[in-house]
Unconditional design. Structure first.
Length: 247
């Protein structure tokens, strides 16, 4: 089993759509169980390497951690932390930049996995090295989707980990170039800026960093907004006030 990834057969994901009220259906993918097991086993065996990359992303509220319940992974913080993160980002800011990656999971470039784990220059030098962890994961992901290099299966915990791996490197570069006054939830960003010029500069930097990983912003969900702005709409506050917690 030490070299199970070498010469492994390819398969195609089973695909279906999840209905969403008032929105387009969400596409999901189910890999062949054998291919999926191989990806999951490799990630599990090398979780320390993933954790080391996740440590680069202090602005993330979607870091995956091991889950002792029904799933393999869960968010360390997650959606419930969004309101507090928004308040922190908007404090002392006059503008916010909201940005979202276009077709995120469907456009992740599998070859960018070794770029993150080993640096882009080294990964390109070693692209034929089968013992390179990034190349192993790249190969197994492609095996699970008929050798496609564009996109990763949507909805699996392995893809959750891989996506956060890539975005953690994006965070590392962003912090160096624009600072720490922002938060990220999966592929959704919100930056706090003091001036319109700073917000426009941040947008330019974000586009440049994402382009290094073959990712693009969704123009319909990317905007610069002048504050003040409600953290959440009123209907959401009312809904939360009626939620009954389980004992």
């Amino acid at each position: 089993m030490g070299h199970f990834y070498i010469g492994a057969d390819s398969s195609e994901c089973a695909k279906f759509n999840l209905a969403r009220r008032g929105k387009l259906r969400r596409p999901l993918s189910i890999p062949n169980p054998i291919n999926y097991y191989q990806i999951a086993k490799l990630i599990s065996d090398n979780w320390a390497d993933f954790d080391a990359v996740f440590d680069r992303a202090s602005q993330s509220i979607s870091r995956p951690v091991e889950d002792d319940s029904t799933r393999a992974l869960k968010w360390e913080k997650g959606f419930s932390f969004l309101p507090d993160s928004k308040l922190k980002t908007r404090t002392a800011s006059r503008y916010i930049l909201k940005a979202d990656i276009s077709n995120f999971y469907s456009t992740i470039y599998t070859h960018s996995i070794p770029w993150v784990l080993h640096t882009k220059s080294l990964a390109k030098q070693q692209r034929r090295f089968r013992n390179n962890l990034g190349n192993k994961i790249d190969t197994l992901v492609r095996n699970s989707q008929d050798q496609q290099t564009k996109g990763i299966p949507i909805g699996t915990d392995t893809s959750f980990a891989i996506a956060e791996l890539i975005m953690s490197e994006v965070d590392k570069q962003l912090v160096t170039k624009v600072g720490t006054n922002y938060h990220r939830y999966i592929d959704d960003f919100e930056f706090g800026c003091k001036t319109l010029q700073e917000a426009e500069h941040t947008l330019s930097v974000l586009q440049e960093v994402l382009s290094q990983f073959e990712l693009e912003l969704n123009s319909s969900k990317t905007e610069i907004i002048k504050l003040p702005l409600e953290v959440d709409p009123q209907w959401l506050h009312r809904a939360r006030s009626h939620i009954v917690c389980r004992v």
